[in-house]
Ligand binder design. Structure first.
Ligand SMILES: [Zn+2]
Length: 480
C-alpha cells in the first residue's frame, strides 16, 4: 500500500531538477552547527515546500493523509519518531516530539503548528500549474506557498535542526501538522484536540496568522497575532405569500430581503478597541506617513475620534475590520421559476465578531435597523468560539519581539488581532499562549494572492523566515 502510494505520488511530481531545485535534499552532516547554518537548512526546506505543494491537499476533500505520510517519512529519516493520527478517512495529522527530559511538563512545552490542507485553485486563472511548485523570477509558485505549506516546511526545518544539533532543550518542542483547517470541519483541530490532546498538550504555540510586511526589500513592521475575530454565519430569511408573477404584491419576499440586505450592507457596527488593537495602531502610527499616523493617534480622541475611525477604516479594509464587528453578505437565494413569486428569500451573512462581542447584541442592532416583520435572522451552526487573547507579557512573546526586531533591521514588532480565524483560537481555549508568527517578509501585493490566483512566495523571503523561526525556537527552547 505504502509503495503504491509512493509510486503514484512520485509519478505525479513534476521533475524538480527542471525547476532548479535539487531532487534530493542533502542533509548537512559535515556541519557541526545546524542551528547556525540556516542557509543549507533553508535549501533543504525549500525542497520540502516544493514537494508539499505538489501533494494536492485541496480541502475539500483534503486528502491530507498523503502529506502526513510524506512528512512522517522525513522525520523518520532524521531519527525523530512521528505519529500519524487518523482523524477521518483519508485525513490525518502528524505529531512528533523532541524531549527535554524523561518526564514531560506540558505547561512548558512549545508547539509548532501548521496546517497541511489548502483552499481550491481555479487552474484557468493561474499562469502556472498551481500544484507544480514552479520556480519563476525568484519566486516559488503554488497553492499553499503562502498558506500554509511554507510555515509547515519551516516548522519541519526547526525541529530537524534542533535534533541534528543535539541541542539541550529546556522544554519539549512538539511538531504538529494539522488537517481540515481551511474548512474547520469535522476533521479539524477541534476533533484532534478532543481525541489526542495528551499527545501535543503545550503551554506555548507558534502558528500562522501574523505578518512581516515589507516594502521593496525593507521590512516595515512585524505583526504577531495574539487574538483573532470570531466567524459566525447568519441567514437572513424573508417570507411572503407566493403567487402568480403577473399579480405582484407589496409583500414579495425578494423585495423585503433585498431591502434588508441593502440596509445591512451600509451598516457600520460600533467601534471597540481591544488592548491588542490599541497597541497595534500606536506602533503603526509611528512608522506611517504623517497624515495616516495623525489619524491613527486620534482614533480615541473625544472630539475627532469618530472622524479618525472613518478615515482609517476607509484607508484599509483590514483596519476597519480590526475595530468593529464586520458583516459581509455572501450568498443569495430565492425563486424556482421566472413567473412565480417565491414564498421565501434568503441571504447569508458572514459576520466576524470582535473577541468579547456577542452575536445577540449585533443581531439586536440589525433587527432594529431592518425593522421589517417579514424578515428574521437565523444563526447557523458551527460558529467560531471566542477565545482568550494570548498574553503580551509571556517569555515567548518577549523572545519573538527581540529576535524579530534583530532579524528585521529594527522593524517594530506589533501585537495583532487578525480579522481571520486560525487554529490558534482552539489552542487558546485550552490555555495555550499561541502566537501567530508567519515569519516570511512579504509585500501587500503578494499577500493579496493568499487564497487567490498565482499564490507565490519569494524564495529569499522563505529562506529568511526559516532562519527567523529557528532562531526564535532556539532562543526560547534551548538551554544557553
Ligand atoms: Zn492558513
Amino acid at each position: 500500500m505504502l509503495l503504491r502510494m509512493a509510486i503514484i505520488f512520485f509519478a505525479a511530481v513534476v521533475p524538480l531538477a527542471a525547476q532548479g531545485i535539487p531532487p534530493n535534499p542533502t542533509p548537512v552532516q559535515a556541519n557541526p552547527s545546524p542551528l547556525t547554518d540556516t542557509e543549507a537548512l533553508s535549501r533543504e526546506a525549500l525542497v520540502w515546500l516544493a514537494q508539499l505543494i505538489q501533494i494536492n491537499t485541496t480541502n475539500p476533500p483534503g486528502n491530507e493523509q498523503a502529506a502526513a505520510k510524506y512528512i512522517a517519512g522525513i522525520l523518520e529519516r532524521e531519527g525523530i519518531t512521528p505519529e500519524v493520527l487518523e482523524v477521518a478517512p483519508g485525513r490525518s495529522a502528524v505529531v512528533a516530539r523532541l524531549r527535554s527530559s524523561a518526564i514531560s511538563n506540558p505547561s512548558r512545552a512549545l508547539l509548532l503548528v501548521a496546517h497541511m490542507d489548502v483552499v481550491g485553485a481555479e487552474r484557468a486563472r493561474w499562469t502556472v500549474d498551481p500544484f507544480g511548485a514552479v520556480m519563476k523570477d525568484g519566486y516559488m509558485y503554488g497553492r499553499g506557498a503562502l498558506d500554509d505549506k511554507s510555515m509547515l516546511a519551516a516548522n519541519l526545518a526547526a525541529i530537524i535542526a534542533l535534533k541534528r544539533s543535539n541541542a539541550r532543550l529546556n522544554r519539549d518542542v512538539i511538531f504538529l501538522a494539522t488537517d481540515d483547517e481551511e474548512a474547520g470541519g469535522d476533521a479539524s483541530i477541534r476533533a484532534l484536540i478532543a481525541k489526542n490532546w495528551d499527545k501535543f498538550a503545550a503551554g506555548y504555540a507558534l502558528n500562522e496568522g501574523g505578518e512581516v510586511i515589507s516594502k521593496g526589500s525593507k521590512v516595515q513592521y512585524v505583526a504577531v497575532q495574539a487574538s483573532e475575530k470570531v466567524s459566525v454565519n447568519v441567514a437572513v430569511i424573508a417570507k411572503g405569500p407566493s403567487g402568480h408573477a403577473s399579480l405582484p404584491t407589496k409583500d414579495n419576499a425578494v423585495v423585503h430581503l433585498a431591502a434588508a440586505v441593502a440596509k445591512i450592507g451600509s451598516y457600520s457596527a460600533p467601534v471597540h478597541f481591544t488592548t491588542v488593537v490599541r497597541r497595534y495602531f500606536e506602533g503603526l502610527a509611528a512608522i506611517s506617513d504623517d497624515e495616516v499616523g495623525k489619524w491613527m493617534r486620534s482614533l480615541e480622541a473625544p472630539d475627532r475620534g469618530e472622524h479618525a475611525q472613518r478615515v482609517i477604516s476607509d484607508a484599509n479594509p483590514q483596519w476597519g475590520s480590526m475595530m468593529r464587528d464586520s458583516i459581509a453578505p455572501t450568498m443569495l437565494s430565492a425563486g424556482v421559476r421566472a413567473n412565480v413569486i417565491p414564498g421565501e428569500a434568503r441571504a447569508m451573512l458572514n459576520i466576524r465578531l470582535l473577541p468579547g462581542d456577542t452575536i445577540d447584541v449585533l443581531l439586536g442592532a440589525l433587527s432594529k435597523l431592518v425593522n421589517d416583520p417579514h424578515v428574521r435572522f437565523e444563526v447557523q451552526p458551527n460558529a467560531g468560539l471566542a477565545a482568550p487573547t494570548s498574553s503580551l507579557e509571556t517569555d515567548l512573546y518577549a523572545v519573538i519581539t527581540k529576535v524579530a526586531s534583530q532579524e528585521f533591521g529594527g522593524a517594530p514588532v506589533l501585537p495583532y488581532q487578525s480579522p481571520w480565524a486560525t487554529d490558534s483560537s482552539q489552542l487558546r481555549l485550552h490555555n495555550v499562549q499561541a502566537y501567530g508568527l508567519w515569519p516570511f517578509p512579504i509585500t501587500d501585493e503578494d499577500l493579496a494572492r493568499m487564497h487567490g490566483d498565482d499564490e507565490r512566495l519569494y524564495v529569499a523571503s522563505f529562506n529568511k523566515g526559516v532562519a527567523v523561526l529557528l532562531n526564535i525556537v532556539t532562543d526560547f527552547a534551548v538551554t544557553k
